[in-house]
Design a binder for this molecule. Sequence first.
Ligand code: HDD
Length: 712
Amino acid sequence: MSLTAALKEKVTAVAETKKIADLQRDIIKQENYLTSDLGVKVSDTDNWLKVSDGKTSGPSLLEDHIAREKIHRFDHERIPERVVHARGAGAHGYFKVHNDVAKKYTFAPVLTDPSRTTPTFVRFSTVQGSRGSADTVRDVRGFAVKFYTEEGNWDIVGNDIPVFFIQDAMKFPDIVHAVKPEPHNEVPTGQSAHNNFWDFAGLQPESAHMIMWVMSDRGIPRSYRMMQGFGVNTYTLINEKGERFFVKFHWLPELGVHSFVWDEALKICGQDPDFHRKDLEEAITNGAFPKWHFGIQAIPEAREHDFDFDILDATKVWPEELVPLEIVGEMVLNRTVDEYFPEVEQVAFCTSHVVPGIGFSDDPLLQGRNFSYFDTQVSRLGINWQELPINRPVCPVMNYQRDGKMRHKIHQGTINYWPNRAEQFRPVSPKDGGYAEYPEGVAGMKARMRGEKFKEHFNHAQLFYNSLAEYERQHLINAISFELSHCDDPVVYESYIKVLHNVDLNLAKQVKINVGGSDVDSKEPARDNHGKSTPTLSQLYYAPKEPTIKSRRIAILVADGFDLAQVEGLRAAIKAGMATSWIIGPRRGWIYPEDVDVGSKMRGVWADHHFEGQRSTLFDAFIVPDGRKSAETLAENGRTIHWIREAFGHCKAIGAIGEGVSFLREAVMLPGIEYNTKLDSDEVVTSFGVVTVGKVSTSTLAADTLKIAEGE
Ligand code: HDD
């Protein structure tokens, strides 16, 4: 029997929607014909129904319900973008715990049952830019994780930075208005470098710590796959004994934490605005599945006030020397989305989505967030947003919430209230898995205020700044100088330089010189820098345990007359390292090896791009293989020289073999690099994983020590 006939038979029988949907999907796969939204087969989707004498076309007819439906649907395709975090990318994956560490703190099976594999969906995002803005801007990155657990959906709606700009949720509309494009001219897009943002920041010193992070290299991550994730807020876990622990959540990338340099990030915004989105998709498609280790920091209730900062203050970190980070599990992203809009645009996260064993704290930022997310989903997606496939829990949903626009679920029976005579959908006691709030004791009077320790704003900003490597600090100074030089109101940059005096004197001085600030009057002496630091705040701390080129993009620069055997060897070594190799040449097309005439049947390699097509900014490293004629041709091409010099300035790993070395030395003349390292070709490739940062170039960028093969 044909599937269509089987469907007809099913329709008459009472069959769940799912079986019908599966059959429809099978038919679409099998039959593959065009229909209207209502399933009517369409004969012509190119011509509006008109009056015609057979030769000329007269008026189009409103009667054309097929054309009208198509235009109607088109007119209503756009929904409101997210009010922040509008620009994003997403992927599916899974979460597993690999020990019972968390058992001390919680009874939630998602964190304590190593036999489980919990499906997850992750959406990464920037904050300031609109849905169509560029990926590699300087900004905070959203890192939102939806766990489809057997006890319900759990969302950790985090960022790539462990703290936040503000302490109280009530300030969120203000900080967002200040950072978003200014109301009079809708400028800037995808940038914080403007008067309003820095005016607000100067007047809201609680933001100082977060601003250090955003202005550090953390603000320009190389990849969503190479950045940490943090839940930021203080949540709570409850164990089987009913004991409560304050907790912070951490995601640590297996690939380590890597950033662009600012010049590179700026250029990629123009050369490839979708860089991060493509990078995530390319890695998963190539099987280089990104992995993060999941860690928690936990503080027993009794120790809540043991610290010189308030553990409920989202502008503070919990230094790992004081509260150790315990690794509990891992998350792997192993499936790209099928369609962007229904999955990435429609996914909806809420900080208030927790499962039994996980709870909230009185963190004032979290409390406000718990209101905002559900509210914003309604305005973006409608009241039944949780029924959309990407938001639907995998466990049964049974309650008396009914109706509202776009309701999908169809209930049977007459009961839509509780209590009811049928005892249907009755509440579940905590001992049988019902969600129970922790019986926290609360007392006091109503007041608009913040805790005493919330009033200190610079200790942790200093801790972060002091913990950076020298070159990271220099990058931060350059970044703030870039930002404040885009503020043309002296009130703004003078006020922020005063704030910097409370973080570090040298920092304030260098920025002041760069942006034309005046000397801070002596009445307001800078606050002493306490000098404390901690290794876990520098991104260098997160270098991958094993050096790896996995998922990196490596260019091989060739022209006619290159060494084919060598290039094939390099490509094999790169592939074996789970990196990708790209042939860049003077043209896109066949590039012929040495001893072969151009245009002959014996082909060499197909160049993926010419030098104009893909700049060195889009690669992590490159190699110039042997081949005299190839090296000579490359040396004649000014675009190639610039291509290479730009890569060097961006601290890229550079490999060269044989004639490639002389080409670099004589034609490109890179300043002060070692040419005496004896590496053979596959060592050049693996050396990319061990590229060390050294003081080689005089520019402000610490250039990598370059591994150059001297001959074979
Ligand atoms: Fe938020 C979206 C992360 C503070 C209100 N937020 C949003 C997203 C992320 C974060 C990753 C995008 C989720 C997605 O991909 O769909 N937000 C944070 C973090 C914060 C934070 C880590 C500080 C700890 N947010 C914050 C506050 C409020 C909000 C204080 C409101 C009081 N956030 C929202 C929102 C958004 C949102 C307006 C806009 C789009 C959305 O919710 O779905 O509700």
